[in-house]
Design a protein around this ligand. Structure first.
Ligand code: 3PG
Length: 195
């Protein structure tokens, strides 16, 4: 029997504000409903999330649908890009990501590198694969940390992959033990997304 990890990148969130506490826009709230609807048939066992509100809110509806609460893991938070508590603008983020995927140890002062972020998030993911062996586990997540977790198992999940993901997005990863055997995208862009 396989273990399934569903990476659910959060829905649309306001483009400004505190990284930890900004929630979902109206459209993002619709995204959360769509996520719950898509995953209804999957018979999910457990719903886990990054501590950031936009991520929790994207998977909360789904958790309640199966009679559970969202379990939050601090080390599943988005890569910390800088020392700022507020969102880094897209204009600053793109060159930072480009450099980070070429130089995985690169970080701004007060921020994390890709290597640091991948290390702490994959540690959690490995623990989850052991704790929830043969179960179906949803993880509410973010673009960079999700790509780094997926990239640990297959290097094709790189900056190009990240650039082609949407908000929200859903990837169903199938594991045999700790080995990744298959990935399917469950979100369809035709459902309306944010980039
Ligand atoms: O998923 C992500 O890329 C991060 O959480 C950033 O999302 P944002 O575009 O809402 O800032």
């Amino acid at each position: 029997m396989s273990t399934f990890i569903y990476m659910v990148r959060h829905g649309e969130s306001p483009k400004e504000g505190n990284e930890r506490t900004r929630g979902l826009t109206k459209k993002g709230q619709t995204h959360a409903k769509q996520v719950a609807e898509i995953l209804k048939a999957e018979e999910i066992d457990v719903v886990i999330s990054s501590p950031y509100l936009r991520s929790v809110l994207t998977v909360e509806k789904l958790a309640h649908q199966i009679g559970k609460e969202v379990l939050v893991f601090e080390d599943l938070k988005e890569r910390k890009f800088s020392s700022e508590a507020n969102r880094v603008s897209n204009k600053e983020l793109l060159p930072l990501l480009e450099r980070s995927f070429l130089e995985p140890n690169y970080a701004l002062g007060g921020g994390e590198s890709n290597v640091d972020c991948q290390k702490r998030a994959v540690k959690v993911l490995k623990e989850l694969l052991t704790t929830y062996e043969e179960k179906k586990v949803v993880i509410g997540t973010h673009g960079a940390v999700m790509t780094l977790m997926m990239g640990f198992y297959d290097e094709k999940y790189d900056l190009n992959f990240l650039s082609n993901t949407s908000k929200p997005d859903i990837y169903k990863m199938e594991f045999s033990g700790h080995e990744l055997v298959d990935v399917q995208r469950l979100w369809s862009e035709s459902m309306g997304t944010d980039h």
